[in-house]
Ligand binder design. Structure first.
Ligand code: HEC
Ligand code: HEC
Length: 309
């Protein structure tokens, strides 16, 4: 009798593990997403690189050239410390030997080259909104950057967070990849801004609080959050709430911050310095577009004490 019960329990565990794997296994986009007739646009790839702030995390530590991508930045989190890898075009240490499809799958599906789940500290949950042609241009542009042979340092994570399979559960709960869909009732500038802010520029990733499982608290979208990456600085409430948020900023105020790194009160917000170094390279049109979109975020109260300007 006992043996039979043990056998049944054993089978249930195996069935559970198999279904967990089937439901959560790393997903890949088919090669068909790489449509024929595509011609790389390097200038657009550079725009995506700047909008996505790839250098913010992947820049070689200890130097300031934003095109050197040997990684090494440590990102602290409640789950342990992530270390940004080398994504320079070096074929061994970086991603120089990756195919275009492998790159698209990393950026839009969080699936690595060996078919493994990638940690969402790499903000692919937002990048998934990007058009595939924009990601292809980004890849083509990154191939023109200097290679570095520095090997990627390992993450500093403890059990169970060092087991990538666990990420399947996170993705199942919080990752619903979908390309950006424009809103026909809004202006072209608003749609461009929404595309950049929600996708490549991933503003919500830092400005939204997370629950214990690391999922975004959607009812507090953009309402401000503690930010460990920024050395404990609190990411401001950037909804249009007039007191707690930035509803009292004009579109020009916001676009000015993104372009110059200095806010309308002449502060240089250090907590977002890496992001601003990248947005300062965007065109005035793109920064105004992002500001136009952010300006319309529904007002949410809370965390006003962290407002600095
Ligand atoms: C907030 C920090 C952050 C930003 C911004 C960021 N990344 Fe990453 N990226 C990471 C981390 C951390 C990893 C490691 C993930 C893992 O090991 O699962 C990673 C992994 C990757 C990988 C997989 C590398 C490998 O060896 O498996 C690629 C490719 C990549 N990033 C490209 C990019 C590109 C392109 C951008 C800009 C559009 C970008 N990243 C922006 C943090 C970031
Ligand atoms: C890597 C995390 C991160 C990302 C990504 C990010 N922010 Fe921030 N942001 C912060 C932090 C942290 C602060 C608080 C800065 C400080 O106190 O120094 C901040 C502050 C701000 C402020 C207030 C600045 C002030 O002077 O009061 C605005 C406005 C803002 N962010 C807008 C944006 C927009 C728009 C985006 C997307 C383009 C964005 N942020 C992306 C972390 C981030």
């Amino acid at each position: 009798m006992l043996r039979r019960i043990l056998l049944i329990v054993g089978l249930l565990i195996v069935a559970g593990a198999v279904s967990f794997w089937l439901v959560t296994m790393p997903k890949k986009l088919p090669a068909a997403v790489l449509t024929a007739g595509y011609r790389p646009n390097l200038a657009n790839g550079e725009v995506m690189f700047n909008a996505g702030n790839c250098s913010g995390c992947h820049i070689t530590q200890g130097q300031s050239d934003r095109t050197q991508l040997a990684g090494g930045l440590k990102l602290e989190s409640p789950f342990g410390t992530f270390v940004a890898p080398n994504i320079s075009p070096d074929p061994k240490a970086g991603i120089g030997a990756w195919s275009e499809l492998e790159f698209v799958n990393a950026v839009k599906r969080g699936t690595g080259r060996r078919g493994e789940h990638l940690y969402p500290a790499f903000p692919y949950a937002s990048y998934a909104l990007m058009k595939t042609s924009d990601v292809r241009d980004l890849f083509a542009y990154m191939k023109t950057l200097p290679p570095s042979a520095n090997p990627s340092p390992p993450h500093e994570l403890s059990f169970p967070f060092n087991v990538r399979l666990v990420l399947g559960g996170w993705k199942f709960l919080y990752f619903k990849p979908q390309e950006f869909v424009a809103d026909p009732n809004q202006s072209a500038a608003w749609n461009r801004g929404a595309y950049l802010a929600e996708g490549a520029a991933h503003c919500a990733e830092c400005h939204t609080p997370r629950n214990a499982l690391g999922g975004p608290e959607l009812d507090k979208l953009y309402a401000g959050a503690p930010n460990l990456e920024a050395g404990g600085r609190f990411a401001t409430n950037i909804t249009s709430h007039p007191k707690d948020g930035v509803g009292d900023w004009t579109i020009e105020d916001m676009a000015g911050l993104l372009a110059t790194g200095m806010d309308r009160c002449f502060n240089e917000p250090t907590g977002m310095a890496g992001v601003l170094a990248s947005t300062s390279k965007l065109s005035a049109e793109d920064n105004t577009a992002i500001a136009t979109y952010i300006h319309t975020l529904p007002a949410k109260a809370g965390n006003g004490k962290h407002k600095t300007c």
